[in-house]
Structure formats: C-alpha cells, structure tokens
Ligand binder design. Structure first.
Ligand SMILES: NC(=O)C1=CN([C@@H]2O[C@H](COP(=O)(O)OP(=O)(O)OC[C@H]3O[C@@H](n4cnc5c(N)ncnc54)[C@H](O)[C@@H]3O)[C@@H](O)[C@H]2O)[C@H](O)CC1
Ligand SMILES: [K+]
Length: 522
C-alpha cells in the first residue's frame, strides 16, 4: 500500500474527479461513510459531537453527521469558519443537512460554553476541523477548541489526520488533537508514521473511497507501507520434500571477550526464522562461553587480538565465503584499533548479501569509504544513534527527518538501510522507502537489535529476493514484539522475542481477512 504526501493525494483526487469523472461529492460521501462504519463498529451507543471546519475535511465531517442522524444517533454538529470561506463541497453538505431538517450550530464566541458542555457529555467527538489543507499555525478559535476537547473524557476520532498534525512531516503545531482513532482515505500519509504527529493518530484505519488504480498509476508513487497481506504472499514456502540445504546457510560474525550474549541471541533468532544451517564465527577466547549457551550453530573459532577479531586471518573465510548464502557482522564485536581495516577486508571478500549491524556500523563510521569496495548487496541496520554517527550528525537530527536521512544514505552509498525505531523504515539503493507498521514498546530493550540481525540473516538465507527478505524479517520481528507486548510491555527480554518468532510466523502464515497489526500508539 502506497504512502503519499498531501500533494500526491490532491493530484490523485484531481485526476479521479476530472479525468475519470467520479464527482468530488462521491469521494466525500465515501469518506464520510467509511468514518461512520468505523465509529459504529466501536461505539454503537452514546451521543456524538461533530466539529466541522470550513474546508473539505469539514465536508467529510458533515457527511458523517448526516449518516449518523439518519440512523437515529444523537448527534450535535458544530460548524466553524466564516460562511464565505467554506469550500464548495462543504457548502453543499451544509445544504444537504439543512434540507434533511437536521440542525447545525455555527460556532460563535458567545456559544463557547454550550460547545464545552456538549463535548463534555459526548461519547465520541469527531475531529473534522482541518485536514491536509492546513497552512501555518492554527488560527482562533481552533487552539481554544482543541484545548477544551483535550479536557473531555470522550473518545476522539480524527477524520483523515488529527487537526494540528502536518500530514507530510508529522510535525505538530502548538495545538494538536490527540485521537483514539484516525480514519484516513485511499492511502496513508507520511504524517501518520512520523514522530511526534504519529503519536496523535491512535489506531489508524485506511479506508477505500473508490479511487481507481488507473488514477494511481498516472503518478510515480514509490514509497509503501508493508501489509500483512503482502508479507504473507512473500513468506518462503516450506515444502515437505526439503532438507536443511533447501533453506540456506547463514554466517554470523559476532562477539568479543566482553560480549558473549549478543552472538547467542542473533544465532538463535536466525535459526528460529528458518534458515537450514547457521555458522557462528567467534573470536577464540569468547568461543567456549558462547558455545556453552547454544547448541545448534556450527562454530568457527577466529584468531583473536586482545579479545577481538584479529586482522590478517582471512584465508579460511576466502575459501569458504561463497558456501554461505548471507553474512551478518556486528553484534557484540566491540570497537578496537584496526577494526575498520578488519571490516574493510571482509567487505572486499564477501560476495553474498552482507548485513552490518551494531559495532560493525560504528567501525564503518570511522571510514565510510570502505563501503565502495563492496561486491554484493549490503544491508545496514542502524538505530537513530548509529545513523547519526554514519551521517556525521546528531541523533536528534535523524529523528527529525528519518525518511530523508535513510533515503539519502541508501542512495549515496547504494546500500539498503533499515532505520530502526517505531515504524522502522527500509530504504533501498534506488531511493524507495518501505514503512513497517508492526512493533511494540516491548522491543525497546537491549538485545532486540541482535535478534533482528539474526532474523535478517535467517530470512535472507532462504529468500532469493533481498528486498522481500528484509521486509519479512523486519515485519515478523515487529509481530514478535507485539506478541511479547500483549504479555508485558515491561518484562520482555530479547530471548522472549526469539520465542515469539514461531508464533509470529504462524500468525502471518494463517493471516486471513481479520488480521490487523496493532499500530503503535494504540
Ligand atoms: N482523497 C482524499 O483523501 C479526499 C479527501 N477529502 C478531504 O479533504 C481534506 C482536504 O480538504 P481541503 O479543503 O483541501 O483542506 P482542509 O479542509 O484541511 O482545510 C482547508 C480550510 O482550512 C482553513 N485553514 C487552513 N489552515 C488553517 C489554519 N492554520 N488555521 C485556521 N484555518 C486554516 C482554510 O482557510 C480552509 O478554509 C482532506 O484532509 C480530507 O479530509 C475529500 O473530502 C475526499 C477525498
Ligand atoms: K481532522
């Protein structure tokens, strides 16, 4: 499913209306009916207050009002903005409501107490004040209305996007509506996924409003949201007539004398994700400890220098490197003098997909030019701090423009970037972005990155298509996090995420129509 900007959505709308001939009022009707459906599903009883602005977002809200009133629900409608500034379709909706004999209350300063009282009593408040047409800081009376709304106990449903959240950047204005549910139309917008605005969205529903695919195909849309349906189709088959060789051989190069846990987590996660064989390369003094904690991998003892991987011992890797389907380097490596050189030699040698994580990213940050020697697709899995080091900027800068940093780096160095965080982003060398919707706060703990690296290795060992392998690993990692989060958001350990990989795969394999991911923020 595409993720679009407000401008792209407007162009798709215009094409649908002008070239296809679907009247704008039909799109609006569909949008309003979709909101009604979601409201009635969740809150079939209780009174409803509708706050409608002067633009088409307000028009959508008036459609919601009409349908709920038709169904006999107790609805009060408050209309904002001056009459002469209303959009044409909003005006038509006002007329339709009045022609039905329904009442609309136009907001005036003197009536603010009445509005407050109405909102306090409401089971549900519909925010149809402003949508993708918002420009600049909110002008009065919206800041006041939002403050009042925030003091109510009612459930809040945002039409398209919570008022005060920028639909392209996720930036919030001084006042923004905190929604429990947002129903958006045709495609999700960037603001639904980017912090801080994303935290105002609540549950997100993307409703079909009858935009035909012809209208979409007219435009170059390249960024997408991963969906359960799409991921299910890409899940590698597990035929009965198969053996361990069928599912690939992953090599994970990890660990140091001080860090013996990370390699265990990555290896276990890789094997649980389904690869047939997994070899774990460990520096010599750490090997007995690591091997004492896990039985299933094949171990490869690597000469060490002060507890870290020693340079100059690549002959064996050179001989064997093409027998692996994927190589992952990073968890628990630590940092040491000569580390960048060591990594550089490996990057030069590996001719299968290569995943760089954790300390491999820190070693890489010392000299990024070693990436130029890569012979195969490279996948980097930074968290925002590591992304900042790679780009030579602050973590906060990355957080402000996750999409921009991930996309630019991926294109500049011709690598895949998996930028971790709430809504992990996957950026491709040709400049596309995939947004992952799965995950939970249970994943916010040390070790969950090591698990993801192992899962990427385990999945890429099995899949021919790199992009699909990355998407699957990221999506299933998030699903496993949701399963853990349902037990406890606090008490989850990285090992629990590994235990949840099986149930997550099971959930995805049997995903039917009812499957929905829990968007963070619920
Ligand atoms: N395909 C679709 O997604 C469809 C979307 N619909 C809805 O249309 C809105 C966008 O409508 P538009 O008229 O362009 O803009 P808004 O209603 O968001 O706002 C315009 C309105 O607001 C005033 N305004 C702008 N900025 C401010 C501000 N800072 N303070 C105060 N007032 C402001 C401006 O003057 C205008 O009067 C989209 O979100 C969907 O909800 C269609 O209905 C169906 C197809
Ligand atoms: K809104």
């Amino acid at each position: 499913m595409y993720v679009v900007s407000a401008q792209q959505m407007r162009e798709i709308d215009r094409f649908t209306i002008e070239q296809i001939g679907i009247p704008s009022l039909v799109l609006m009707e569909n949008a309003g009916v979709a909101v009604v459906r979601e409201v009635e599903k969740r809150w079939p009883y209780g009174n409803i207050v509708i706050l409608a602005g002067p633009g088409n977002n307000g028009g959508d809200g008036l459609v919601v009002a009409r349908h709920l009133m038709n169904r006999g629900r107790d609805v009060s409608v408050w209309l904002f903005g001056e009459e002469n500034k209303r959009s044409e379709d909003c005006r038509r909706q006002v007329d339709m409501l009045l022609n039905c004999g329904y009442t609309i209350r136009e907001w005036r300063e003197g009536q603010n107490e009445a509005l407050k009282a109405d909102m306090r009593e409401a089971r549900v408040i519909i925010d149809a004040l402003l949508g993708t047409g918002t420009r600049g800081e909110l002008r009065p009376p919206y800041p006041l209305v939002i403050e009042q709304l925030q003091q109510c106990e009612s459930k809040v449903v945002a039409v398209d996007i919570p008022t005060g959240v920028d639909s392209d950047t996720g930036k919030t204005l001084q006042h923004a509506v905190q929604a429990d549910l947002t129903v958006t139309f045709a495609f999700p917008k960037w603001g639904h996924f980017l912090y801080p605005g994303a935290a105002y969205v609540g549950e997100l529903v993307v409703a079909d409003i009858s935009i035909p695919s012809r209208a979409t195909s007219e435009f170059v849309l390249k960024d997408q949201l991963l969906t359960a349906e799409g991921m299910q189709k890409k899940l590698p088959q597990r035929p009965r007539f198969s053996h361990k060789g069928t599912y690939g051989h992953a090599l994970i190069i990890a660990g140091s004398k001080e860090m013996t846990g990370a390699p265990v987590l990555s290896a276990a996660a890789g094997l649980r994700t389904g690869c047939g064989l997994l070899t774990l390369a460990i520096p010599e003094p750490a090997l007995p400890i690591v091997a004492g904690k896990i039985n299933e991998p094949v171990f490869w003892e690597w000469p060490a220098e002060s507890g870290h991987f020693a340079c100059g011992s690549y002959a064996f890797l050179k001989q064997r490197v093409s027998s692996f389907d994927v190589v992952a380097i990073g968890p628990g490596l630590g940092k040491w003098t000569g580390g960048n050189q060591w990594l550089s030699e490996i990057i030069r040698m590996v001719d299968v997909p290569l995943i760089l994580d954790a300390d491999a990213l820190n070693l890489l940050s010392e000299d990024l030019s070693i990436l130029r020697a890569k012979k195969s697709p490279v996948i980097l899995t930074p968290h925002p701090g590591e992304m900042g080091r790679l780009c030579g900027c602050k973590t906060a800068d990355v957080e402000k423009d996750r999409v921009g940093y991930a996309r630019e780096f991926a294109q500049k160095y011709q690598v895949y970037v998996v930028l971790k965080g709430t809504y992990t982003l996957i950026a491709t060398p040709d400049g596309r972005i995939f947004v992952n919707p799965t995950g939970s706060a249970a994943l916010a703990k040390g070790g969950s990155g090591d698990v993801l690296t192992g899962m990427l290795a385990g999945m890429l060992a099995q899949t021919e298509d790199i992009e699909s392998g990355i998407q699957l690993a990221v999506f299933i990692h998030g699903l496993a996090g949701e399963i853990c989060g349902a037990k406890s958001m606090y008490a989850t350990l990285a090992g629990d995420i590994i235990d949840a990989i099986g149930p997550a795969l099971q959930k995805l394999s049997f995903a039917g129509d009812s499957f929905r991911t829990d968007f963070p923020g619920n």
